[in-house]
Write a protein that binds this ligand. Structure first.
Ligand code: MN
Length: 257
């Protein structure tokens, strides 16, 4: 099995190395990842400058290919130029920090998996809900166990599976929940500070809202309850529920009715 592995935390991130080691026995793993951290770039691609592929070595051993681009660039370039074929499986992560609720829309990790699904490759994104000092080896062991279960059942084509690990030891994980994306968002605010020349600069921060407490089947709630969260995502953003009424109403308006 040919596996393409990427992330958005960069090719030197600990979460990537841990996942690479955990899935090594599953097949031929090729790492193609951004050469620096690209968290929060979502599904952006590089148009304004050329992309370069650099071979990266860890302790003298070939580790993977570093790209001066976004995660979606890595998937495209990885398939077209490095593997010269579609892989059998695309994995992204393990991301430092959960990719749940609206964070999914900003995530480069999830975007990489979506890019894989767009190419028709079964794709899984992994993130761990811990940003201070996650045990990535432990997280990768749990990720592998989850992945074995997914592969046994077949990852549906065109679907992205967004897996979030609760950031606790395997023995304390209560199980797996298949979840929906929480409606929880952020109350954004900006820290305004002054640079050494007295000019103002801004840094985004924010507080999470708590909708997930009223959403028993949501991704955030699963993590809060000590479960692995698996959310199936698709990249067709059409809001089908409003489609028929909107179609009818706007057509009538155009006709002057
Ligand atoms: Mn990240």
């Amino acid at each position: 099995m040919k596996i393409l592995l990427t992330n958005d935390d960069g090719i030197n991130a600990a979460g990537l190395a841990a996942l690479r080691a955990a899935v090594a026995g599953l097949g031929e793993v090729t790492v193609v990842a951004p050469d620096t951290e690209r968290s929060g770039v979502a599904h952006s691609i590089t148009l304004a400058h050329p992309l370069r592929i650099r071979r990266i070595y860890h302790s003298g051993e070939f580790f993977g290919y570093g790209i001066n681009g976004a995660p979606a660039d890595c998937v495209k370039l990885g398939c077209r130029e490095i593997l010269k074929a579609k892989p059998d499986l695309l994995l992204a992560g393990i991301n430092l920090g959960a990719n749940v609720a609206i964070n999914i829309l900003y995530s480069g990790t999830v975007a990489a998996a979506i890019e894989g699904a767009m190419l028709g490759v079964p794709s899984v994104a992994f993130s761990v809900a811990e940003t201070e000092q996650p045990d990535f080896d432990e997280a990768a062991r749990i990720a592998r166990r989850v992945l074995d279960g997914l592969l046994g059942n077949g990852v549906p084509a065109g679907t992205v599976l967004n897996v979030n690990l609760p950031g606790i030891p395997e023995g304390e994980v209560k199980g797996i929940r298949v979840t929906h994306q929480s409606r929880t968002s952020y109350t954004d605010f900006f820290e305004r500070r002054l640079d050494p020349w007295g000019r103002a600069y801004f840094w985004i921060t924010g507080e999470m809202t708590r909708e997930f407490e009223r959403e028993p089947d949501s991704d955030l709630r699963a993590l809060a309850d000590g479960y692995v969260s698996i959310t199936p995502l698709h990249f067709d953003l059409t809001h089908y529920a409003v489609l028929p009424a909107l179609r009818k109403r706007l057509a009538a308006e155009w006709r002057g009715e």
